[in-house]
Design a protein around this ligand. Structure first.
Ligand SMILES: [Zn+2]
Length: 223
């Protein structure tokens, strides 16, 4: 399996390539290229969120904790005194980084459900919904954010799969086929829950027609 450093550098390179070529093709303005590259890079480490000892999980939950603190501070700043705000933000950080992080670790298996195309799709849809509803992005950019995250996770899954081919002896290692999968075959129940979550996001998603237009314009990049 590819290590953390490989995952991060390939995803950062892929994200930069995606963001810059989309900007060249006038899919988005230059100012939107940075967040798109960052989302691709984040997607590139996201599937290893369930590996108990990896650096990905620490980094991912630290990022989640920072986001929670920023969001919490914005929402609570008018309601709390400065002292109480600091305590609340500290609590949010510890809660997300350590409590949520260890609960998540307790209930997930590495290369389980999070290491699948279904999870990539769910995370991409959630990103588009958050971007559209909470961050007030227009439909076009909201879909682009979701797609950037999905592309990052695809890069991750493909890299893991490539590393399970023994390049010297050209034999397949036993891990071949565990990285890139549609859903988690061992835990069909979890996959059904994920599908239901994805369907539940539908009311918050930007209009589908915009996604179709974005994909149609984006596909012209390759011709
Ligand atoms: Zn992986």
């Amino acid at each position: 399996m590819a290590n953390f450093q490989t995952h991060l550098s390939v995803a950062v390179a892929g994200g930069a390539l995606l963001a810059v070529s989309g900007w060249h093709a006038a899919l988005w303005p230059a100012a939107d290229a940075g967040p798109l590259a960052a989302l691709t890079a984040f997607g590139g480490i996201l599937p290893d969120i369930d590996s108990d000892h990896s650096r990905s999980i620490r980094l991912i939950f630290t990022l989640f904790a920072v986001l929670a603190v920023v969001g919490g501070a914005l929402m609570l700043q008018d309601r709390l005194s400065p002292g109480a705000l600091v305590v609340a933000c500290g609590g949010l950080y510890v809660g997300v980084r350590y409590v949520f992080g260890s609960v998540f670790k307790r209930f997930t298996v590495h290369r389980g459900i999070w290491h699948s195309l279904l999870a990539a799709m769910l995370c991409g849809l959630a990103t588009s919904a958050v971007s559209y509803q909470l961050l007030q992005q227009n439909a076009w950019m909201a879909w682009a954010h979701g797609i950037a995250l999905i592309i990052g996770t695809l890069i991750h899954l493909l890299l893991d799969e490539m590393y399970s081919v023994d390049l010297v002896g050209s034999r397949l290692k036993r891990s071949f086929g565990t990285a890139f999968k549609l859903f988690d075959y061992r835990e069909p129940g979890n996959s059904v829950v994920m599908l239901m979550l994805a369907a539940g996001l539908a009311p918050w998603l930007p209009p589908w027609q915009v996604l179709i237009d974005l994909l149609a314009q984006g596909s012209r990049l390759w011709r």
